[in-house]
Ligand binder design. Structure first.
Ligand code: OAD
Length: 243
């Protein structure tokens, strides 16, 4: 399987990569689904909603502060670094990530689009200002962060039921319209619209490769589905490309 994937990548001039939480799992960042998606008996998918924030913003912030502190103390892993290498090797490359943790950027990825926002930015519910977020040092400021206009801040991420950034989706579509190969890595393939990407790539005659620990709804759509850890498999792909 790795060998076939390498053959495809050797013929690829234009590579589109979609990543999900599985790529950051080896950095110790819990994924959203599965047992590691649980926090204090809440599932991640229950907390990442506008309704949850409206009902209990302090609880949702507590969860985001917890995730932020995990991420700040985490390091990019071999999967992130292998994707940086792939970007260097490919003449044309675009990485679309559903991750909000900036680990791709910290590893050195450059041509990257964030589909679900970024956990280190906030948006004011009153004045709509988007600003970088630093974790407050005083515990009391952590409960409900506010803007200089006194409005309540929320994490600048896309929650369930909210629209994804149109311009980013459009840029991804434009790239997909002329991509040779799409690599789908570490995503459960159940959250739309990212879940549509393998099918969109196929409709554009791109070859498709999936890397995931386990089979997903994407596995039956792609040309090659490889099971294992993203860090190991992506590093093997790079070694194969260098041979
Ligand atoms: P999920 O938590 O749904 O899925 C993570 C996927 O990564 C699963 O399919 C795992 O099998 C796989 N996985 C775990 N560890 C891996 C490893 N070491 N190597 C390879 N694969 C591994 O995460 P996403 O698909 O990213 O959105 O979820 C999509 C969106 O749903 C997230 O961006 C988030 C979430 O709710 C919002 O918060 C809006």
């Amino acid at each position: 399987m790795i060998h076939e994937a390498c053959t495809i990548l050797k013929e690829t001039q234009t590579l589109f990569v979609l990543t999900g939480a599985g790529v950051s799992a080896e950095s110790g960042i819990p994924t959203f689904r599965g047992s590691s998606g649980l926090w204090k008996n809440y599932s991640a998918t229950e907390l990442a909603t506008p309704q949850a924030f409206k009902k209990n913003p302090a609880l949702v912030w507590e969860w985001y502060h917890w995730r932020q502190s995990l991420i700040v103390n985490a390091e990019p892993n071999p999967a992130h670094y292998a994707l940086v290498k792939l970007e260097e090797i490919m003449p044309h490359f675009l990485l679309l990530t559903q991750n909000v943790d900036s680990l791709h950027q910290r590893a050195g990825s450059r041509n990257i689009l964030e589909l679900h926002g970024n956990i280190f930015r906030t948006r004011c519910l009153r004045c709509d200002r988007v600003a970088p977020y630093k974790i407050p040092e005083k515990k009391s400021d952590k409960i409900l962060p506010t803007c200089s206009c006194d409005g309540l801040l929320r994490p600048d991420v896309v929650w369930f039921g909210e629209s994804i950034p149109h311009a980013i989706w459009q840029r991804a579509q434009d790239f997909l319209s002329h991509t040779d190969t799409a690599l789908i890595c570490g995503t459960s393939g159940v959250v739309w619209p990212a879940a549509a990407i393998p099918e969109i790539a196929r409709q554009n005659n791109a070859r498709t490769i999936e890397i995931n620990l386990e089979p997903t709804p994407v596995s039956s759509i792609v040309d090659i589905s490889i099971q294992g850890k993203a860090g190991d498999l992506l590093q093997q792909l790079i070694s194969g490309l260098n041979q």
